[in-house]
Design a protein around this ligand. Structure first.
Ligand code: SAH
Length: 348
């Protein structure tokens, strides 16, 4: 519930307006997991609330800790039995969490494990918030950045994602700065235009992965529906409206999109934009035979971008030993415990 919705519910219950502030702060700022911990509320109110409402929607079922870099990958079970994954990452500048926005995905990107079984459903704003709050509770540490780069296409679950961001940035709760949130999209122009007008200065990352439509279509079926001529102007509009520098993600696949000529074509495509390119050596999944580019090819690709004045980084590969790429862990879990992934009507 938004602050205003909570206020209305409490007013209906005959409670004083300041209760909304207290409860909102318990949920979003102090992030308690039980109404009994809300010690400045009367016992009667705490009991009424726990009878008619619930606070948590996910249960951790598994955590994998990377031996390489401390990255942690969590598998959470939702109330309907579906499983999602979220990642905790530690950087010099603070802790970052990567969350899922859907159970599965229907965008079909060829190299991505999240989409292999299609879309089950979008996550509610609460289910997205709980990934952040639950990891924060489990780690006992602050979260400084949130990236919507887990399973799912955020702009294909638009209303819930925007509701989630409004709750996460609400100053009466956690009050995370919108600037510390990144939405990654495969490129749905309508969603990008809409997001640009929300007044939320979140960072937009476009999954580009190729310098032209033809090569992009081979990796991303969505590119057949929306050409770069439609997607890039939407990104430019986003930049004009929010002033946020654009990010482009480019997963490097050996022999598919990683030559110096392709790097040069990417520079031409991006020409003059205020942007950042994130190079991601592809994480091979066993269902496809994509191979990651070699160290030299990756370095050469980056060099071409930099020589053309384009800011580029090679994404630090975090948690590679723990199925770090989108959807890989959930999938391996569902292969060993298939019954867990079925949607169980009526809850657990
Ligand atoms: N649906 C959103 C979020 C997806 S995940 C989007 O398309 O942007 C975040 C990034 O990881 C995307 O750029 C996605 O294309 C990329 N990705 C997914 N699986 C990958 C893999 N196996 N190797 C490298 N990058 C991958």
């Amino acid at each position: 519930m938004s602050f205003e919705e909570l206020e209305a519910v409490l007013a209906d219950m005959g409670e004083k307006p300041f209760r909304a502030k207290q409860i909102f702060s318990w949920i979003h700022e102090k992030q308690v997991s039980d109404f009994s911990e809300m010690t400045n509320l009367s016992k009667v109110l705490r009991e009424t609330l726990s009878k008619q409402s619930f606070l948590t929607t996910l249960h951790p079922v598994k955590v994998l800790v990377s031996k390489l870099d401390g990255t942690r990958k969590y598998l959470f079970r939702l109330a309907d039995g579906n499983i999602i994954e979220s990642v905790w990452m530690e950087y010099h500048h603070g802790n970052s969490v990567c969350i899922s926005t859907q159970v599965g995905c229907r965008m079909g990107c060829r190299f991505c494990a999240s989409t292999l079984d299609g879309l089950v459903r979008g996550l509610s704003a609460a289910e997205m918030l709980e990934q952040v709050y639950e990891m924060r509770r489990l780690m006992g540490r602050r979260v400084s950045n949130v990236v919507l780069m887990g399973s799912g296409e955020p702009l294909d679950n638009y209303n819930n994602v925007v509701r989630f961001i409004r709750l996460l940035t609400d100053g009466r709760g956690l009050g995370l700065s919108a600037r510390n949130i990144t939405i990654s999209t495969c490129g749905l122009p309508d969603g990008i235009y809409r997001l640009a007008k929300e007044g939320l200065p979140v960072t937009l990352a476009l999954s580009l992965h190729a310098p032209d439509d033809e090569r992009r279509e081979a990796l991303m079926p969505i590119a057949k529906k929306y050409s770069l001529k439609e997607v890039l102007p939407a990104c430019d509009f986003y930049f004009e409206q929010t002033g946020r520098r654009l990010s482009f993600e480019y997963s490097l696949v050996s022999g598919v999109n990683d030559t110096k000529e392709e790097a040069q074509a990417l520079c031409t495509l991006l020409g003059g934009r205020s942007c950042h390119v994130n190079l991601i050596p592809v994480n091979p999944i066993k269902e496809r035979n994509y191979v990651r580019s070699g160290q030299q090819a990756i370095a050469d690709f980056k060099n071409v971008l930099e020589k053309n004045g384009i800011n580029a980084t090679i994404r630090r590969e975090m948690g590679r030993d723990i199925n770090g790429a989108c959807g890989q862990l959930r999938r391996s879990y569902s292969e060993t415990c298939p019954e867990r992934l079925s949607v169980q009507a009526g809850g657990e």
